[in-house]
Ligand binder design. Sequence first.
Ligand SMILES: [Ca+2]
Ligand SMILES: [Ca+2]
Ligand SMILES: [Ca+2]
Length: 588
Amino acid sequence: MKTAALSIAVTILLSGPGVAQDVEEFHRRADEALQGFLLDFWRQDLGYLEHEHPGASGPTGYWTFAQGFDALLDGVERTDGKRYAGLIETFHAAQDARGWIVSHYDDEAWMALALIRAHDLTGEAKYLDRAVTLYADIESAWNETCCGSRPGGIWWDKAHTQKATASNAAPVILAARLHERTGNASQLEFARKVYDHWMEDMVNPSTFQVTDHIEPDGTKVFWRFSYNEGLMVGASVELYLATGEEAYLQNAHRFASFIAGSETKSSRFGSVLHDGTASQCGGDCHAFKGPAYRYLLLLQETSPRSTYAGLLSASTNAIWSLARSEDGLFGVDWTGPPPASSTEPQAAAAVMALNLNARFRGPFPGGFDPLLEAEEAAIRGVGLEATHGAFTGWGYVAGWNESGQSVTFAFVADAAGTHDLTFRHAGGAGGASRRISVNGSVVAANLAFPGTGSWESYAEVSLAADLRAGRNTIEVAFSAAAGSANWLNLDHLRVRSRRPIFLRGDANADGGMDLSDAITVLLHLFGGRPLECIAAADADGGGSLAITDAVVILDRIFRDAPALPPPYPECGAAPSPGPGCEAYAPCW
Ligand SMILES: [Ca+2]
Ligand SMILES: [Ca+2]
Ligand SMILES: [Ca+2]
């Protein structure tokens, strides 16, 4: 009875204000946090993330940019590529303009880890190629002449001032993940060598605290930062996944236990990851809980324990309810208080935790969205803004009046054919014009975007273009040579095939498929009820309507039969011309 009462009390306590109850709410928080991060920290004039907000502090550092990149990638992964994906190219181009090879090997490892994820999420080889290049630089920094009684390990920096957990454990994760993708056995071998060395010499065998770093004179420095053990958790899990050897997994649990026992602080939500208060945790420390959260979650997904579940859940609830300001800025100390200003690394740590948590809790609830938001496209030279008027999504692109500035949308067409491209814009400075290209070919050299009277007012401009089946790019560029003129804020692009698009099985055209759709098919067949979109009612995709179409719907709903032929379960055009579809509103 005592236990039952306690359990009820705990349930009530955990259901108090600020505790998110459902998957949809976790995703809403993750979206809001990431969108706020991008609006606050992406700086058009820098073409990079700024280090502090508010204020004019200049660009953030290379490794903290990599953390911001990871936070963006968490948003893309969480939404299954439905949102934010265009910005991957924007971040890549931003770093490309500043260079990839830097003075610190751990920094290169963070960047390479983000690039592998960019590759995984886009399928583009250039990201993986860049990660391999960075890995080669890191691998060359293995050294057996320093430090202390057991020389070995990877230098932290090119000046050879120390060897750090960050420059050894992160490369273990990197090498194991590269091996998984390339099949190159030497990468896994290197991962094991680095890991073994670090385990033997740098880990306290009873507590599983890991040194922060070792100096050339052999001094081991045991700073207590959650990312050190977090990286060791990640390295251990990756090697367990690569080899199946249980010892790695046991190590991961021991490092995680150290984090749970020694790098947390209590809050009303439970124990929360902690590297110190805002005054104790300065500089790079601002970022450390992000990777700790990431690799603890990886362990939880690999070998769950209630301790980690509680720590991960309490941390994100605390971030949201205790450490977030009214302006949406996140504090260093996740138990609060909220800050008046924020740095990019502390923001990225909170944003990635919220996005990782939401992905872990359940799939992104956002369904088919026919709007391609400009603020989520691959932007070049323009800025992100959310100030004027009733835009869609979470903003628009602005600051656009020079050659070289562009917005590139990606659109996957179900079938080749003519499509209407409709742009929503504001022209507060009068009429503007831009060059429009599809898949690299100019389709409108100087498309006019009429003035809208103010930046608060929006209008639409359309043109027709032929798209190919599969992925297409649609670029809107300022080109003085092509006649582009004047300022323009771009909100979104909507692409519509001139072929009807619909959701198969949705016979009554209400946007979903349920029992009423089977009934609609029967009423049409036997009662003569008209259909707006016969193609949607053709549930088996056979090209005609029959009682089997009602049966296919019922089987799918009640007996979990295989999915209907496309377009299903998302809107799209039929793969081949079929029965008519004069009007089907839900997909638009
Ligand atoms: Ca928008
Ligand atoms: Ca329906
Ligand atoms: Ca049929």
